[in-house]
Design a protein around this ligand. Structure first.
Ligand SMILES: [Zn+2]
Length: 118
């Protein structure tokens, strides 16, 4: 089982994150969101994000464009959903497609989401 991931997109406008929610609920499990300048796995620091199921943590690279950061968070959330559904093997390309699609949908439909989920 993989406990990590990366998104191969180069950010163009680095920004630091400050005033945001630092936990996310995935299927009733509360994951702490850990912002970090480097997301490391096996001595490789080229990752944008990773999810640690047993620690209930999602690590997201900071200092990147907020849309890229959100897409990274969505990527890890999709991993988390699959994990808690009992699916242990995750295809990274499919995860990226779903995560980027969902990130785009959420970013571009905030009014609809507020109205339909309030
Ligand atoms: Zn992944």
């Amino acid at each position: 089982m993989r406990d990590f991931t990366r998104v191969d997109v180069i950010a163009s406008k680095p920004v630091k994150i400050d005033n945001v929610n630092k936990t996310v609920n995935i299927m009733g499990f509360t994951y702490k969101i850990v912002m970090s300048d480097k997301v490391e796995m096996d001595d490789n620091t080229g990752y944008a994000g990773k999810i640690l199921y047993q620690n209930q943590e999602i690590h997201v690279k900071d200092g990147v464009h907020k849309q890229y950061r959100f897409a990274t968070l969505m990527h890890e959330v999709i991993h988390g959903l699959l994990y808690h559904f009992g699916v242990s093997e995750h295809d990274e390309e499919s995860i990226d497609m779903i995560a980027n699609g969902m990130a785009s949908f959420i970013i571009n439909n905030k009014d609809l989401l507020n109205e339909w989920t309030a």
